[in-house]
Design a protein. Structure first.
Length: 224
């Protein structure tokens, strides 16, 4: 489903350049749960931002179903990202002034889906994810686990083919993190969604289909 070819990312700094990604090449199969491990600052977030078409590479390509997304125009990339990719971050990035339901429907409203239809879609997701009863609560009134479940619902509202999760359990206690991870695995099996998960948690990574290890800007298969 996804092919990454010779991907490089270089950041310019006052004293020169830092090459964060050094020619990464790998592929991701449809319906796979792929974990990307590595120490903090190794470039996992940078890689996910490029895979999610939130950032551009210095060179190399990312193909979704054979289409090089960085050959598309800016408007085409935006439309592709909204239709194809969902995001879950370590810090949920929910809007504090809006309820769980309102946060969940936001991507749908931005995409032009009528509010009534968007709310119907969101309520089904919130029920599936176990936070339906909290739909009228704002983020500050939710536990950390509940907030991440709402963030997952928001990521799924437009039925993406792939969800990119950047340390989704990193801000949760062990028990809550494990519950969220089990939820991700269930969604993968029931909905066939491809998940790419950046984590430093080896115990959670073990439950994925495959683990890639990032080190010094390169990537390789990780064996436990």
């Amino acid at each position: 489903m996804i092919e990454v070819r010779a991907l490089r990312k270089v950041f310019k700094i006052p004293v020169g350049e830092i090459e964060v990604l050094k020619g990464l090449t790998f592929s991701v199969s449809k319906g796979e749960v792929l974990s990307i491990m590595g120490a903090s600052g190794v470039g996992k977030s940078t890689l996910l931002h490029i895979l999610g078409v939130l950032d551009t590479p210095t060179s190399g390509s990312v193909l979704y179903d054979g289409v090089d997304v960085f050959s598309l125009s800016e408007n085409e990339r935006t439309a592709f990202r909204n239709k194809t990719i969902g995001f879950v971050f370590q810090f949920h990035h929910l809007l504090q002034e809006f309820t769980a339901l309102e946060n969940t429907i936001m991507p749908a409203l931005i995409s032009g889906i009528p509010r009534q239809d968007a709310e119907g879609m969101a309520l089904g997701l919130l029920k599936e994810l176990g936070v339906y009863e909290r739909r009228g609560h704002r983020p500050g009134e939710l536990s950390g686990g509940e907030q991440q479940r709402v963030a997952v619902a928001r990521a799924l509202i437009l039925s993406p083919k792939v969800v990119l999760a950047d340390e989704p359990t990193g801000n949760l206690d062990t028990k809550t993190g494990e519950e969220l991870f089990r939820l991700i695995l269930r969604l993968n099996k029931e909905r066939g969604i491809t998940f790419i998960i950046a984590t430093h948690n080896e115990a959670l990574a073990r439950q994925c289909d495959r683990v890639l290890m990032m080190k010094d800007g390169t990537i390789g298969l990780f064996n436990f």
